[in-house]
Design a protein around this ligand. Structure first.
Ligand code: G6P
Length: 367
């Protein structure tokens, strides 16, 4: 097993470091000579041209990919997107409109609820696109269209590299839909693809800063509660950051839409509690910052996660983490990396079984 870990202490750390390659491989599978080529998936230009609505269905981290994907697809391609937890979708008798596509995201392709959601959509006569990592899995076999992610085998229960490749799948779908629907011109299309191509090296740059995160994680390893706050895409990032933290470190953590804090959660903020503010979206920066000021005045200790250049975060945050700038639609791919590392290092500091957290399974094939 130690050989399989390639010199890393845990599979999770190895897989975190494999993200530049996994992202590169997934982009490389579908972007050829400066254009998206979906021929391998079965998706045609006609499908995108006629697409009126997208329903994304998934569980766990794949659901968080769906939330991030919704912001990108709605804003870039102008297509309304609904995102559902598969376990909810399958029992709520969903109304699926014509000319819609159901997108089921799953690393394993075997998650029971996601598979049941797929079958329900098909029963209702709706085409399903599977975004799947494991070749030949049930969801891959039963989907009408299949967009494989190229993360390679993922061993650690807490997903990292598969999540990152699923994000790329969402970006590619959004950019392609935007182009075919005439929402972006050729220049913007080329610019987005070029920017996507820089993500592997920018993820690598983020990984190179890991010692600072390790230091901070060891300081907060005994925290009882952690809150993650953000708006828009930053809320989607917060959800995944919070899940990474709780699943492997056993620290209670929650993600909140920053604007919702004042409707209840702020009553939980007390002296010394750690609040992580995610601020990668320039239009929402000041809004989330003001929420951070609110929790700070109630005694919270603040970590701010933003992009290089936003150094005024240091006037408010007690500890700041920066990721490289990219197109704001793609920031999830970079900002998630320090949060994965933070969950990992807290778990290690507590001496927990990082790769096999208690009560959790890599692939949940029962309801
Ligand atoms: C489990 C895993 C998660 C994963 C979820 C959905 O809970 O621990 O990492 O996000 O299942 O799995 P899937 O294989 O459908 O992506």
């Amino acid at each position: 097993e130690s050989a399989e870990k390639g010199g890393y202490e845990h599979f999770m750390l190895k897989e975190i470091h494999e993200q530049p390659k996994a992202v590169q491989d997934t982009i490389g599978a579908y972007v050829h000579e400066g254009a998206i080529d979906f021929s391998e998936t079965g998706l045609s230009d006609e499908i995108f041209a006629g697409l009126k609505r997208v329903y994304i269905v998934a569980c766990g981290s794949a659901y968080h990919v769906g939330i991030a994907g919704r912001y990108v697809m709605e804003s870039l391609a102008g297509i309304p997107v609904e995102v559902d937890l598969a376990s909810e979708f399958r029992y709520r008798d969903p109304i699926l409109e014509p000319d819609s596509l159901v997108v089921v995201i799953s690393q394993s392709g075997e998650t029971a609820d996601s598979l049941a959601a797929l079958r329900l959509a098909k029963e209702k006569g709706h085409p399903v696109l599977g975004v799947v990592n494991v070749v030949g899995s049930s969801i891959a076999r039963e989907s009408d269209y299949i967009l494989y992610t190229y993360a390679g085998p993922e061993i650690s229960v807490a997903t990292t590299k598969a999540y990152s490749t699923q994000l790329i799948a969402m970006y590619l779908l959004a950019v392609q839909a935007a182009k075919i629907k005439g929402k972006i011109d050729d220049e913007r299309y080329a610019g987005l693809l070029a920017e996507m191509g820089t993500l592997p090296e920018k993820i690598q740059k983020t990984l190179d800063d890991k010692e600072r995160i390790q230091w901070f994680a060891s300081k907060y390893a005994n925290a009882k509660d952690i809150f993650f706050i953000g708006r828009g895409i930053d809320y989607a990032i917060s959800m995944e950051g919070s899940l990474k933290m709780k699943e492997i470190s056993y620290i209670h953590s929650e993600a909140y839409a920053a604007g919702e804090l004042k409707h209840g959660t702020i009553s939980l903020v007390e002296d010394g509690i750690l609040v992580v503010g995610v601020l990668t979206q320039s239009a929402l920066f000041e809004k989330t910052l003001s929420n951070m000021v609110e929790v700070k005045s109630r005694g919270a200790y603040l970590m701010g996660l933003t992009t290089y250049g936003n150094y005024n975060i240091e006037d408010t945050a007690d500890f700041s983490v920066y990721v490289p700038k990219t197109d704001e639609y793609f920031t999830t791919s970079l900002a998630i990396v320090p949060l994965q590392l933070m969950g990992y290092y807290v778990s290690v500091a507590k001496g927990l079984d990082v790769d096999k957290p208690r009560n959790l399974a890599k692939s949940v094939t029962v309801e």
